[in-house]
Design a protein around this ligand. Structure first.
Ligand SMILES: Nc1nc2c(c(=O)[nH]1)N[C@H]1C(S)=C(S)[C@@H](COP(=O)(O)O)O[C@H]1N2
Ligand SMILES: [Mo]
Length: 310
């Protein structure tokens, strides 16, 4: 894969300070005497790579305003309303490690900082379609799941990938709602994991990923409903059995394992034919596989007996 790191002078306008343009941001911080003191947020921002956009996956829609994406969220660990960006600021994002284990040759715990350095980081503008019939278009920074899997070596007995996300009762008031099956778990097949669209996200809008969007690291498969995209991942396990995901455990008639997007298959309580595009006041038709069919429909040939939709 061809990856080009953006040069210093190509730092996008919004992210650049005059010092950063002259020295690069890390040098600027050092010059200001800040680099050595513990300011995790600042350190994360200063080290964050400005990566090249992958043009293969054009969303065909305007990028959603950053404000919408960062203030209208689903993250039940922090509460069930869309305004959880406030309580989510309590989530400590650095240091953060992700354990990769199970049926792999080299199980390992990675720090997110190391992943950002070692993985082929790039920007991808993806659509995100929530099962609740709203959508957005986000420039994520991240790397393909396949790159991480290659680093640990997947064994042939592995059939599924299981994603486990953070459960920190001290900062997540939602965990007190003990009827929910915490921690939030999601999963996909090994074939789906091997698709290049399967993306581990570490940033958005050229900046480190904010807590409310699943910082410091979350998953996204844009042809599936948003609930498949586990936020604030702590563990990625290669397993032989299909994982039982959070929403499936709560309401299997409404939220299946596959959860591929199909406008013709309604949710039991509402239509999936169209979606409200955040920040636009528009309602647009929903597309099969959220418009990514050319890349993913082949994954499902021979699986017609599975409940592939919704
Ligand atoms: N850990 C965790 N991950 C989660 C959720 C959640 O409640 N907890 N909500 C999911 C749902 S329903 C959606 S639509 C997306 C929303 O991502 P966003 O808030 O960044 O748009 O996150 C998904 N990942
Ligand atoms: Mo969702």
């Amino acid at each position: 894969m061809f990856i080009r790191k953006r040069r210093g002078w190509e730092i996008p306008e919004g992210a650049a300070t005059p010092e950063a343009l002259v020295f690069g941001r890390r040098a600027a911080l050092k010059a200001a005497g800040l680099a050595s003191i513990a300011m995790p947020g600042l350190a994360r921002a200063a080290d964050f790579p400005q990566s090249t956009r992958n043009g293969r996956y054009e969303p065909g829609r305007a990028i959603t305003a950053e404000r919408e994406v960062t203030t209208y969220n689903n993250f039940y660990e922090f509460g069930t309303d869309k305004g959880i960006y406030r309580p989510a600021q309590k989530l400590p994002l650095s240091p953060w490690t992700v354990k990769v284990d199970g049926l792999v040759d080299r199980p390992r715990e990675f720090s997110v900082e190391d992943l950002i350095k070692a993985m082929p980081v790039e920007e991808r503008v993806y659509r995100l379609r929530c099962v609740e019939a709203w959508s957005m278009v986000v420039p994520w920074t991240g790397f393909p799941l396949t790159a991480l899997l290659a680093a640990v070596g997947v064994q042939s007995s592995a059939k599924y990938v299981r994603f486990e996300t953070a459960a920190l009762p001290a900062v997540m008031p939602g965990l007190r709602q003990s009827w929910y099956p915490w921690p939030y778990v999601e999963g996909c097949t090994i074939e789906e994991a091997g698709n290049d669209l399967s993306f581990l996200v570490v940033g958005a809008y050229g900046k480190p990923l904010l807590a409310q969007n699943g910082g410091p690291i979350r998953f996204h498969q844009p042809w599936k409903y948003g609930f498949k995209a586990g936020k604030s991942l702590t563990r990625i396990s290669l397993v032989a059995e299909r994982p039982k995901s959070f929403w499936e455990a709560i309401q299997p008639q409404e939220y299946g394992f596959w959860a591929n997007i199909n406008p013709e298959v309604p949710h039991p309580r509402w239509s999936q034919a169209s979606e409200r595009v955040l920040g636009t006041g528009e309602r647009v038709p929903t597309q099969l596989f959220n418009g990514y069919g050319e890349f993913v429909s082949g994954l499902y040939s021979g699986l017609q007996r599975e409940r592939l939709w919704g």
